[in-house]
Design a protein around this ligand. Sequence first.
Ligand code: CDP
Ligand code: CDP
Length: 225
Amino acid sequence: MTKKISIAIDGPAASGKSTVAKIVAEKLSYIYIDTGAMYRAVTYKALMKKADIHDQDELIRLLKETDIELKQKNGGQAVFLDGKDVSKEIRDTEVTNSVSIVAAHGLIREELVYRQQKLGEKGGVVMDGRDIGTKVLPDSELKIFMLASVDIRAERRHKENLEKGYPSDFAKLREEIMLRDKNDTEREISPLKKADDAIEIDTSSLSIEDVVARVVALARERIEQ
Ligand code: CDP
Ligand code: CDP
């Protein structure tokens, strides 16, 4: 039987993590786990319930009674919150601009890290986020840290919005990405940080296919070891 490894992909917003992770998972017949979607789902629920996103106790009570499920659907991944598909809603600007505040609470991280570790315990997963290599799967056989300049990342998100027919303002997107990166790298608990044994890939001038090929080659080396 071929060995099933775990692949951890971390990096700042719009560096290409989820796009690459999804394709790599498909190529290896692994499960893709988008941990950002879990932080987004709880943030969405908190906003819907008009909870105070700065109040950790209120949020953890809410999260403990919340079911978040990631389901493979039409070649992509759908996010179910208490049984309802909220894949689209969790990408709203209001959620995007609040999620790093929710994700900074220690108790919220503890609970979601526990759920993510359960999902990844059997291996055969590609998981992306901010603390996968450092905290969630510290023993994963392959850790990738993805980077790209802020201008390129904002440009990619801008293009993505326009393609979907959503309104988009490049300067605003760039500001929002910079603020989220700052919150994610400067928070006290599990900040966004390259694990010592992670391999850095700067995707600024690489196509999606180039990055996928590189990650799959690194994965195969480890699977065949
Ligand atoms: O796709 P994008 O890069 O915009 O973000 P995401 O992966 O959906 O993550 C949304 C937010 O959740 C991040 O900005 C972090 O604040 C938080 N997050 C985290 O703290 N830890 C993770 N493992 C994943 C996401
Ligand atoms: O998951 P993360 O926030 O890191 O980024 P993403 O949602 O996978 O990628 C953001 C956008 O950049 C998507 O529209 C991708 O198609 C695009 N992208 C790209 O143009 N070139 C790459 N090498 C990687 C991603």
